[in-house]
Design a protein around this ligand. Sequence first.
Ligand SMILES: NC(=O)c1ccc[n+]([C@@H]2O[C@H](COP(=O)([O-])OP(=O)(O)OC[C@H]3O[C@@H](n4cnc5c(N)ncnc54)[C@H](OP(=O)(O)O)[C@@H]3O)[C@@H](O)[C@H]2O)c1
Length: 316
Amino acid sequence: MPTPIITLLGGSGFVGRYVSAALAARGLRVRVPTRNRDRAKHLTMLPTAEVVAADVHNPATLKRLIEGCDAVINLVGVLHGGRGNTSFKNAHVGLASKVVAACRETGVKRVLHMSALHASAEAPSEYLRSKGEAQAIVRNSGLDVTVFRPSVMFGREDNFLNMFANLAKAFPFLIVPAAHARFQPVFVNDVARAFDEALQRRDSIGQAYDLCGPKVYTLQQLAEFVVHTLGPKRAVFGADDTLTSIMAFAMECLPGKMMSMDNVRSMKIDSVCASHCQFPFGITPQALEAAAPAWLAQRSPRGRYAQLRDRTHTQG
Ligand SMILES: NC(=O)c1ccc[n+]([C@@H]2O[C@H](COP(=O)([O-])OP(=O)(O)OC[C@H]3O[C@@H](n4cnc5c(N)ncnc54)[C@H](OP(=O)(O)O)[C@@H]3O)[C@@H](O)[C@H]2O)c1
């Protein structure tokens, strides 16, 4: 039997790195289009990954990328909408429609689609509404679809805990916007495992899985966890609604866009799973406290010293 080929849109990003690795570990061939090959350089280490420079928004290109594959996984997403929220519309809604069209034209039936927890037409932010619209397009397509809706994901390369770690290194104290917003962070490796399991199970077709970790935290508690793990003492203050809006407005105007007003609107609903919700496929999701210190602690002066010492011992 020929080796299955999976076209992995958005495979060059944070989550894509782990999904690619999970699929490649089973010997599957992974085709990863990217706008910038440099962003996907790390994937060239995987023997069965093929990185292709391509514009996935071009219908003819997308058709070529999907032709002959056994499944499409769409991880493409943006956190900032840009002027008139066109980035949300293009990256989420527009691309979802194009993927459905390309699958119909090429006869590819199986689609795994990445959405976000509480994505819906009634959500308070443009990010979540566009994610809701995209998942509805894919679910109503008649294809063999599985949707994933995670809370915020953490992992070595995340933009979430690492953002607090960078701020804690740069400033003597932290001010946390939307400090009372609640999250149920989920480990990116567990999410990647769920994608891999879904591909292997017919009973996942037609399902939409909410993915959360084992524990709920406020944003302030998460910042405190990072600061505590890093070591040096930093005071962590929570911003009220007014200060949160001012911070978001200011950051929206700065390059790098750490946060936007739309992000603040997303945080108006807790990114937390229903109490009866279980992680699918019998996977036990890992706790933040068990997984994250493995890389966060390496960023502390003591952690870097330990690394240096270990390296010296190995070389000696
Ligand atoms: N990270 C989280 O905590 C979190 C939580 C819930 C849901 N999600 C969803 O999970 C998915 C993956 O997130 P991530 O953290 O891995 O994001 P990421 O690291 O920013 O990666 C985004 C990926 O999407 C591609 N992409 C972005 N904008 C694009 C566009 N306009 N056209 C084509 N490709 C584009 C990028 O490809 P290039 O190589 O071309 O740049 C990259 O591969 C997203 O759909 C996101 O909304 C993430």
